[in-house]
Design a protein around this ligand. Structure first.
Ligand SMILES: Cc1cc2nc3c(=O)[nH]c(=O)nc-3n(C[C@H](O)[C@H](O)[C@H](O)COP(=O)(O)O)c2cc1C
Length: 374
């Protein structure tokens, strides 16, 4: 029987499924619920020292649905970090750790570009006993107006400085959560890892406008008739998240082999998680999936991941972590490999060689109908 157990920076997780920072970890009560359901670890909703500066609006979610099934495939939010007081959060984090001493609790923290504030939030969170910290360098809306969140994640020099401040005082593992709203995610990843972060989490949400209401002619979600670009998550973002994770995983493999990657973006099944792990992730985080399906989703995801492992006779996550990275190459190399493969086919059976694959219009219609049928 394969095992899903894994150890990350000395922290023992029963499985690689981690609640991502967001509504599913919004207070001590729901964090306890997640542990009861069997999640491997929980990252709490991002907290800051002065919650009075955090003012949320309503509505702050908008959803993209599949045309036929109406399933939610994409989710946009303009939610900020937690607007609950830091003192209340510290009490709840401590109470959760007291009740669940064996479970892994990670505090997601964010502050302004101020050395003393980052040092204070780091020290006060670790003093109440959380197991690790995740630095939110990635929230793409609202907070960047205060030079927080993705304003730092988009600027590797600033990220490096802040990571250095935190790591100078942190006694527990630190992950940097990165924004996908950059051209080369390797740059902020390197900045975090060079400045003492034990791991990287990616991705946070992708800056988006979910759509424009054709009755009112106003973009969604509307607050008093106006909107602002938000963050996109859910199934639709998984291909982008996989690409960014593989780029970070290669940096880790080649330059920082003792560091880790927590893959995030659109995970809803054990099979989704297997793909992140195959591309180098150590753990996998889920936010929108929990909002769609509830905390019990973890049971099904564990079963699906175990079934995948049995199918391939993998005993542990290590047996396949990063396995698929070897199959990612350059276009130029694909051309050479294709030529080689065709030459070999031709040598063995000249009749097997087909003309170049050019889609006719008919093929295209067939393909799009098949896609539309799902
Ligand atoms: C409503 C909502 C609120 C979120 N709040 C936070 C947050 O406070 N801190 C953070 O680091 N990420 C936050 N996220 C981002 C998620 O943790 C995650 O990185 C992103 O949604 C992609 O994963 P998913 O497709 O599983 O949701 C939030 C996401 C959503 C949908």
């Amino acid at each position: 029987m394969p095992t899903l157990e894994t150890t990350v920076h000395g922290l023992k997780l029963p499985n690689p499924f981690v609640i991502a920072s967001g509504p599913p970890g919004t207070n001590g009560k729901v964090i306890g619920r997640a542990f009861d359901e069997g999640w491997g670890a929980v990252v709490c909703k991002t907290i800051s020292l002065d919650a009075d500066k955090v003012v949320n609006v309503q509505p702050r979610y908008a959803r993209l649905r599949a045309r036929q099934t109406r399933e939610i495939i994409g989710w946009e939010n303009i939610e900020l970090i937690s607007d609950r007081s830091f003192e209340v959060w510290l009490e709840e984090l401590e109470a959760v750790k007291n009740k669940y001493p064996e479970k892994i609790l990670i505090a997601s923290i964010m502050e302004e570009y101020c050395h003393d504030a980052w040092v204070e939030i780091t020290e006060r969170c670790q003093d109440v006993g959380v197991d690790a910290l995740e630095l939110n360098f990635s929230c793409p809306h609202g907070l960047p107006e205060r030079k927080m969140g993705s304003a730092m994640g988009e600027d590797p020099a600033m990220l490096a400085e802040v990571a250095g401040w935190v790591n100078a005082v942190a006694k527990i593992p630190v992950w940097a959560k990165l924004t996908p709203n950059v051209t080369r995610i390797e740059d902020p990843a390197r900045a975090a890892l060079r400045n003492g972060c034990d791991g990287v989490s990616a991705i946070n949400t992708i800056r988006s406008v979910l759509g424009v209401n054709l009755e009112t002619l106003r973009p969604e979600p509307q607050v008093a008739g106006y909107s602002t670009p938000g963050g996109y998550s859910g199934r639709a973002v998984m291909p982008i998240a996989l690409r960014m994770c593989l780029e970070i995983a290669r940096v880790i493999r080649d330059e920082f082999p003792d560091r880790t990657l927590s893959g995030i973006g659109g995970v809803e099944t054990g099979q989704d998680a297997a793909q992140f792990i195959l591309l180098g992730a150590d753990t996998v985080q889920v936010c929108t999936g929990v909002m769609k399906f509830g905390y019990q989703l973890v049971t099904q995801m564990c079963e699906q991941l175990l079934a995948f492992m049995e199918q391939h006779q993998f005993e542990s996550l290590e047996d396949f972590q990063g396995h698929s990275l070897q199959y990612i190459t350059t276009h130029q190399d694909l051309v050479a490999r294709q030529a080689q493969a065709r030459a070999a086919e031709k040598a063995s059976d000249p009749a097997m060689i087909q003309a170049d694959d050019q889609w006719s219009g008919d093929d295209f219609v067939d393909q799009s109908e098949a896609l539309a049928r799902g």
